[in-house]
Design a protein around this ligand. Structure first.
Ligand code: HEC
Length: 157
């Protein structure tokens, strides 16, 4: 009984914290135009790292260096996430599109894992096929989100 009360209280606290974060997040668009918006998002650094890793994988594929692909693929699959505050800003901006955004991210994740497995069995053709799937997931998200995203967070440039 005591235990149940305790976990109920914990649930309430979690809900309250979540609600505060959400409220805080949804207030953020009002800051548009504020200088803080110009600071590059952590997401951009993560993306640049993804780009470099994909280039390194292209190099490894042309050398048939499958061990290198096995090492690089997880860096694409499990890329770091933006810190919580920035993530909240992004989620608040995405609103109902957050699920679509996350699905593209999950596609990248799954295709990169398939690429790792293919490389682990030195199956060059399968590596290239899954590499194409990874790129389709990058492209899909970029086509849907990149332009409006950059316009929102950095202003049209
Ligand atoms: C879930 C959505 C999503 C996925 C998946 C995604 N990206 Fe991005 N990417 C973005 C957004 C949004 C931007 C714009 C961010 C910005 O400019 O701050 C971006 C920007 C970039 C940039 C430009 C960074 C710059 O300096 O302007 C590169 C490079 C990039 N992504 C590489 C990749 C690669 C490679 C993959 C796949 C392995 C990938 N992205 C998958 C959403 C995504």
């Amino acid at each position: 009984m005591t235990h149940r009360k305790h976990s109920h209280a914990f649930g309430t606290i979690t809900l309250t914290v979540t609600a505060c974060l959400l409220l805080w997040g949804f207030q953020l668009p009002a800051w548009a135009g504020d200088a803080t918006q110009i600071e590059p998002l952590a997401l951009r650094k993560i993306m640049q790292e993804l780009g470099r890793n994909m280039q390194a994988i292209t190099g490894a594929i042309s050398q048939e260096e499958w061990v290198q692909v096995v090492q690089l693929a997880p860096k694409v699959a499990a890329h770091p996430e933006p810190p919580l505050t920035k993530k909240m800003r992004i989620l608040a901006y995405l609103g109902a599109d957050a699920t679509k955004f996350r699905n593209f991210d999950a596609q990248t994740h799954e295709a990169a894992l398939a690429m790792k497995l293919a490389a682990a069995s030195s199956d060059g053709k399968a590596v290239i096929q899954s590499f194409a799937h990874v790129q389709e997931s990058c492209l899909g998200c970029h086509q849907a989100f990149r332009k409006p995203f950059v316009e929102h967070f950095y202003g049209a440039r």
